[in-house]
Design a protein around this ligand. Structure first.
Ligand SMILES: *Cc1c(COP(=O)(O)O)cnc(C)c1O
Length: 361
């Protein structure tokens, strides 16, 4: 592998290639993409090379590319926020690239040079800065992705990879305020097994979870709560976000033991709660404990955490035909406070004690 610094070239879109910007008040999620993207390639002989900021465009890719057959694909998700003075901020971006490298190692894919890719990300956001929304709560969602591009059949790690970053302006998740959702506690399908790839942000995990999600949604639930694969007993995650419970004034979340995704929002929530002097506990928690706590009145709140929604309050958990209301179906105080604090930090409106924000411009 070449040890020279990765050169990043820039090819800007011509004026006539620039897209018409969507209505900032109707962005939704992941519907629009900006004028540019970042792309680089990896081969076993050359390491990372051909790094370029270029106009957003289709790839030309061989149908034998190994990603289509054996699924070596990993991704990340983070956001750029417009601060009140017009500056653009990223939330803990280095953590995303470090996590991507952990996913890469698990999937036998090459690691990326974190500092250099952070520079590329900033350059992409700066180039497409007019796409960073300035409406309340709206952001520019960023999607770093890596796929096996070598055209070959036969199972082994590919010898060629493609890395790219897409940018998509997205609306505020809670444009109409918090609406605590109804959750199906999944006791048939599982998301990840010990020794599997549950802690990697790899495409197959999501493909494998779609069936449970669609069945739950067709029965009127908005997400599934996953239980552990061995005993169908311990709580793992909620859809594609991390799970939190408040019982007897203690904040509880399942530990990072290999089957759940190490969320950056999860880590930030734990940090803020500790700053506030709350009792915080990363430990195994069973669905029976939650049902019991609901029964004796000690279950105060349930919410989930992730980049897209920040905090999602859960209003009802349905397990084996019984539905447990949580906090009377209303958003809890702790969920609300965490949401307000994180959003204020992310939009540059509150002191950033942990130095989480990175300025783009
Ligand atoms: C991305 C993801 C999360 C949340 O991680 P954040 O870094 O907080 O966005 C949680 N669970 C799963 C399965 C995920 O894919």
């Amino acid at each position: 592998m070449l040890k020279t610094e990765l050169e990043i070239s820039v090819r800007k879109a011509a004026p006539e290639q620039l897209k018409k910007k969507p209505d900032q008040n109707a962005l939704g999620f992941g519907q629009y993409f900006t004028d540019h993207m970042f792309v680089m390639r990896w081969s076993r002989e050359q390491g990372w090379h051909d790094a370029q900021l270029q106009p957003y465009q289709n790839f030309s890719i061989d149908p034998a590319a190994m990603v289509f057959h054996y699924g070596q694909a990993i991704f990340e998700g983070l956001k750029a926020y417009r601060g009140k003075s017009g500056n653009i901020l990223l939330f803990r971006p280095t953590n995303n690239f470090e996590r991507m490298n952990q996913s890469a190692v698990r999937m036998c894919m090459p690691r990326i040079p974190v500092d250099r890719i952070l520079q590329a990300l900033k350059a992409l956001v700066y180039l497409d800065r007019d796409w960073v929304p300035n409406t309340d709560g709206a952001t520019l969602y960023l999607r770093p992705t890596m796929i096996a591009s070598e055209p070959a059949l036969g199972l082994r790690p590919a010898n060629e990879y493609l890395f790219f970053i897409l940018a998509s302006p997205v609306g505020a998740y809670y444009a109409e305020g918090f609406n605590p959702v109804k959750i199906y506690v999944e006791d048939k399908y599982v998301r990840a097994v010990p020794g599997g790839v549950g802690e990697a942000k790899t495409a197959g995990n999501y493909a494998a979870s779609v069936k449970a999600l669609t069945e739950a949604q067709s029965n009127g639930y908005s997400q599934v709560l996953w239980l552990d694969a061995l005993e169908h007993k311990y709580i793992e995650e909620v859809g594609t976000s991390n799970a939190f419970f408040v019982i007897n004034d203690e904040l509880i979340t399942p530990p990072l033991a290999g089957t759940i995704l190490p969320g950056i929002t999860r880590d930030s929530v734990l940090q803020l709660a500790r700053d506030w002097g709350m009792h915080v506990n990363e430990r195994r928690i069973s669905i029976d404990e939650v049902v019991e706590a609901a029964g004796d009145g000690s279950l105060q709140e349930v919410f989930s955490t992730g980049t897209a929604a920040v905090i999602s309050p859960l209003g009802e958990l349905c397990y084996k035909g019984e539905c447990i209301p949580v906090n009377g179906g209303k958003t809890g105080m702790i969920a609300q406070r965490l949401f307000d604090e994180l959003q204020a930090i992310q939009f540059g409106m509150r002191q950033d004690a942990h130095r989480w924000m990175v300025r783009v411009a």
